[in-house]
Design a protein around this ligand. Structure first.
Ligand code: FE2
Ligand code: FE2
Length: 183
């Protein structure tokens, strides 16, 4: 499988979790029974699967090659678009974590910040993923040399193997299944 196809498939997994997040927030809104500890599992997924495992491959192997090889328009797209959005995603998770801690300390109003940051993250990521699937990845496939794309495939395959040894993919796919079964 090509690295780009692998990343498109990872987007599908991430979107499943975005669906879970929305459903959890709706339960919070309706004051239904919610296991708030699950939000920490969601943060773990976002930080270690969506960000470290997936964005890591984009940032370390795809985006920097696009900047080096395509330059101009690719640099603008990556630096002012994709990387900024990755950072906004990290901020939403920090704020979500703070809100969860405040809620656990008894601040009911923190529910607002839980919903706002979790939903803000999903909205950001849906749009981000759409842009990558429809524009950024296609641009890379069209514009990078065959050798560079082959090197990208090899680098990503190595990352996948190392992650597999640590059980990363299984752990987070199981978590999606677990949380989906609760909504
Ligand atoms: Fe991205
Ligand atoms: Fe992505």
């Amino acid at each position: 499988m090509s690295a780009i196809q692998l990343m498109v498939d990872e987007h599908k997994n991430i979107k499943r979790m975005l669906g879970v997040i929305r459903k959890y927030c709706f339960k919070v809104l309706k004051n239904e029974d919610v296991d708030y500890k699950d939000f920490y599992k969601i943060i773990d997924f976002v930080r270690n699967y969506a960000d470290k495992h997936h964005h890591g491959k984009e940032e370390d192997y795809l985006f920097n090659r696009m900047i080096e090889e395509i330059k101009g328009p690719a640099e603008k797209l990556v630096r002012q678009g994709m990387l900024v959005e990755h950072d906004f995603g990290r901020l939403y998770m920090q704020n979500l974590e703070k809100a969860l801690i405040a809620f656990e300390k008894g601040e009911e109003e923190a529910k607002l910040d839980i919903i706002a940051n979790a939903i803000g993250y999903t909205d950001l990521l849906y749009r981000h993923i759409e842009k990558e699937d429809d524009v950024v990845y296609k641009f890379a496939e069209r514009s990078l040399s065959k050798e560079t794309l082959e090197q990208l495939d090899a680098d990503c395959e190595k990352v996948e193997e190392e992650a597999k040894e640590k059980g990363i993919q299984d752990k987070y796919l199981n978590l999606i299944n677990e949380l989906e079964s609760k909504i």
